[in-house]
Design a protein around this ligand. Structure first.
Ligand code: NAD
Length: 500
């Protein structure tokens, strides 16, 4: 049994905590490694390393920091498939899907390499006679990222490239279920020339997180995960005086209007509902066809496609969908389908009894694609995030009813409308109270130079991730007003200074 541990001060660091947890391959259901769960003192040593590295790193010219990240980006381009293999092994997603997340993460590194440009600041000459004013963005210090299991490479890369490019040092706390990707990233950052202590990885659970949330030397926390934990992180971190951005869970609806291209909509629902086994915060989990006729026609198209889904391990290059993350999660997803049936919904395609027959994978956490019709807003399968390959159909009679349904949900991460009507699309974009919107695009994940984040119970804190929102989160502004002797008044001023 190999133990996966930390990366502190530029080197792999064994754990002495005496606590660990098994790491499984979800495709086989077996475990050949464990992950260390950090003690308080181990987290403190990572914080101390990051704190010691900050003065030099933050004062290094932004261009030199960017060059180091640029070298890291080249390594990612060359060896991204190695990272994808590690991801698939611990998460279960297909190789192509894992490569997709590596690329989306890499794009944030590409954005971060532009730091010398976006850190330029502002300057106003003669704000008063002989008086000038300028604003600069400075780093915060030690920042921490606490991330979920479903994107072991991409979600950390929403955070640390921008944090490092803007002069912060960083501690990453990966998910206990997928701990290895972060160590490879740390190795490659060191290889790219990152000074020791600038990027550290601490493996662990709540005990490690609570140290990060309470330690006075940690200045900012970025979190992505489920809503109850996001809320806890935001409340605790904020109460301890830290800047916090905490992204939570989701339930994303896609409206299909009567004029939509139904083949396009069905294909979109297949990818968005069943890709990555539905374990994406931007997965579409609710289809909202407007009118029964649209619902019937859509379901007719979807059923054979769902039944034909190729479900298998990532090592089989023909697999379109892998297993769920754990045996417990498999039980939970099956339980939601049971609950939907008990509540009166119609299970049109049932994935509960799916059997994986490929040799060696019979005990993996596989489930079949599932489609449930006649779902209503009082059912738990509509209210809760299932995080599995389960697509609910909630039928609606009008566009406005469909919008009202979306507004009734507590989550507001992403949403989409499929239509050929420009008025409908424009009104939807303007009126819908959701953070990320797709018009004939099912998974509207913003590019790295825009920012990612939802509304309502899908986020706690003011800043979305990466793009300029990321820059704002990881920097604080300093505004300086200056004048030089030739302009100085000699008499004392006791009233509120006005410069004009
Ligand atoms: P999770 O909330 O269980 O875990 C996320 C992180 O929090 C992990 O690092 C974990 O170790 C830590 N954690 C768990 N319990 C904790 C506790 N009690 N105290 C302190 N820390 C704790 O989430 P998950 O199951 O790993 O990931 C799936 C969830 O993440 C889904 O809800 C999904 O929607 C969400 N997610 C959201 C986004 C987004 O952008 N909004 C993106 C990806 C995933």
């Amino acid at each position: 049994m190999t133990e996966i541990a930390h990366y502190i001060n530029g080197a792999h660091t064994e754990s002495t905590s005496g606590r660990s947890q098994a790491v499984f391959n979800p495709a086989t259901g077996t475990s050949s490694k464990s992950v260390a769960l950090a003690s308080v003192s181990e987290v403190e040593s990572a914080i101390a390393a990051a704190k010691a590295a900050w003065p030099t790193w933050s004062k290094m010219p932004a261009l030199r920091r960017a060059r180091i990240l640029d070298r890291f980006k080249s390594i990612l381009w060359e060896r991204g498939d190695q990272l994808a293999e590690i991801i698939s092994n611990e998460h279960g997603k297909t190789h192509d899907d894992a490569m997709g997340e590596v690329t989306r993460g890499l794009e944030v590194v590409e954005f971060a390499v532009g730091a010398p440009n976006f850190l330029k600041g502002e300057y106003s000459e003669n704000v008063g006679t002989g008086v000038d004013s300028h604003m600069i963005r400075q780093s915060l210090g030690v920042c921490a990222g606490i991330v979920p299991f479903n994107f072991p490479a991409m979600v950390p890369m929403w955070m640390f490239p921008v944090a490092l490019a803007t002069g912060n040092t960083f501690i990453l706390k990966p998910s206990e279920r997928v701990p290895s990707t972060s160590l490879k990233i740390a190795e490659w950052l060191t290889e790219a020339g990152l000074p020791e202590g600038v990027f550290n990885v601490v493996q662990g659970d709540k005990e490690a997180v609570d140290v990060l949330l309470s330690h006075p030397d940690v200045k900012a926390i970025s979190f992505v995960g489920s809503t109850p934990i996001a809320q806890y992180i935001h409340q605790t971190g904020s109460a301890n005086g830290k800047r916090v951005q905490a992204l939570g869970g989701a339930k994303n609806h896609m409206i299909i209007m009567p004029d939509a291209d139904l083949d396009m909509a069905a294909n979109a629902l297949m990818g968005a509902g069943y890709g990555s086994a539905g374990e994406r915060c931007m997965a579409i989990s609710v289809a909202v066809p407007v009118t029964d006729a649209v619902a019937d026609a859509l379901i007719e198209k979807l059923v054979p496609m769902i039944k034909a889904l190729k479900i298998g391990p990532s090592v089989d290059s023909t697999s379109e969908m892998g297993p769920l993350i754990s045996a417990q999660h498999l039980d939970k997803v099956r339980g939601y389908i049971d609950a939907g049936e008990t509540d009166g919904a119609k299970v049109v395609v049932d994935g509960r009894d799916f059997k994986q027959n490929q040799q060696g994978y019979e005990n993996g956490y596989f489930i079949g694609g599932t489609l449930i019709d006649n779902v209503t807003p009082d059912m738990s399968i509509w209210k809760d995030e299932i995080f599995g390959p389960v697509l609910s159909v909630v039928r609606r009679d009008s566009y406005q009813d469909a919008v009202d349904l979306i507004h009734a949900h507590k989550y507001a991460n992403g949403t989409a409308v499929f239509t050929r009507d420009g008025d409908v699309a424009r009104n939807f974009n303007q009126d819908i109270e959701v953070g990320m919107v797709g018009i004939n695009v099912p998974i509207p994940v913003p590019m790295a130079f825009h920012s990612f984040g939802g509304w309502k119970a899908s986020i706690f804190g003011d800043h979305h991730m990466h793009g300029m929102e990321g820059v704002r989160f990881y920097t604080r502004i300093k505004t300086t007003t200056s004048r030089w002797p030739s302009g100085i008044r000699t008499d004392a001023e006791f009233t509120m200074p006005t410069l004009g």
